[in-house]
Design a protein around this ligand. Structure first.
Ligand code: ADP
Length: 165
């Protein structure tokens, strides 16, 4: 069985991520979308909120499952019996960090490959951080995220505003 791991923060999941997942699901028997618990960024959504949202939006994909993990991606991939780590590329600016990450993952576990899927042109400008910024100012993110995420962002920023007011 061909297993691909798609690791990321998914804070929150965007249409760009969903496009990569949909395409990866055609290439692998099983895709594990893995939310990283590593706390190097200060997230808007908790890990369990992100896992739940991903589970909801990925219901239509019978060979995609959602998990969360802590520690090294390559070690997690090996534990799951995966052949590849899937990453998305949007622009040259993504390349350097992704290149370094792929090389270190290969060094850690040589049997796991990193596979890059190029973004679809219309999604190349979408990032979780842009989505959060637009939503925080009450802007429309309808074209960037699935409806459930749009709803969750509204709720989150309403709570935040209440907390501040
Ligand atoms: P990380 O914090 O690990 O970069 P992200 O959740 O931001 O996690 O992204 C996970 C993966 O999805 C990364 O490989 C990233 O480059 C890719 N990605 C993010 N947005 C897009 C997009 N719009 N199109 C294609 N790939 C994307």
């Amino acid at each position: 069985m061909r297993i691909g791991i798609y690791p990321g923060s998914f804070d929150p999941v965007t249409n760009g991520h969903l496009d990569i997942i949909e395409r990866a699901a055609l290439l692998f028997d099983r895709v594990i979308v893995a939310v990283s618990k590593n706390v190097n960024k200060s997230p808007l959504f908790t890990v369990s909120e992100r896992v739940e949202t991903l589970q909801q939006v990925l219901i239509p994909y019978y060979n995609v499952v959602v998990d969360s993990f802590e520690g090294l991606t390559a070690v997690y991939a090996r534990q799951q019996g995966a052949q590849a780590i899937i990453r998305g590329l949007r622009a040259i600016s993504d390349f350097e960090a992704e290149f370094m990450m792929a090389l270190s993952n290969k060094k850690i576990v040589s049997s796991v490959e990193t596979m890059f899927l190029m973004t679809r042109a219309e999604y190349s400008f979408i990032s979780s951080s842009a989505v959060k910024e637009v939503a925080s100012f009450g802007g429309c993110v309808q074209s960037m995220v699935p409806p459930l995420v749009e709803q969750k962002l509204k709720e989150k920023f309403a709570i935040k505003l209440k907390g501040e007011g």
